[in-house]
Write a protein that binds this ligand. Structure first.
Ligand code: MN
Length: 128
């Protein structure tokens, strides 16, 4: 079975969305994006998404709640879809909160493109 190369990025800052979109499309991935958490969950439930990048500070529900809803979704494949949290929160404990909410990995902003590629490819090999 061919693994999907589609990645969902839930992020309300359009500059970050554009940066990540360019970086991942240059590696052959397809990027879907959502500026809100609730819509992000809906996209994850309806599209064939292989990995989710998740901002924590969102205008509606926060990224922790997004991760909890994904993990509890009746679309049971979302219990296992990799989730990478990406956030500016520097407070101690945020990484632990992201992991407790169901995220697999935590990255801090500003986004380092080489780190992003490495983190993504660890879960979803780049198309050849
Ligand atoms: Mn944000």
């Amino acid at each position: 079975m061919i693994q999907t190369r589609t990645i969902l990025y839930v992020e309300d800052n359009p500059d970050n969305t554009m940066l990540v979109k360019r970086a991942l499309e240059s590696r052959g991935y397809k990027l879907l994006d959502s500026p809100t958490g609730i819509n992000g969950v809906a996209i994850a439930e309806t599209e064939d998404v292989g990995l989710i990048l998740l901002d924590i500070n969102l205008p509606d529900i926060d990224g922790y709640e997004v991760a909890r809803r994904l993990r509890a979704s009746k679309k049971t494949r979302l219990a296992h879809t990799p989730i990478i949290a990406i956030t500016a929160n520097a407070l101690k404990g945020d990484a632990e909160k992201a992991l407790e909410a169901g995220c697999d990995v935590y990255m801090s902003k500003p986004i380092n493109i080489r780190e992003l590629w490495a983190r993504v490819e660890a879960f979803l090999p780049a198309p050849s």
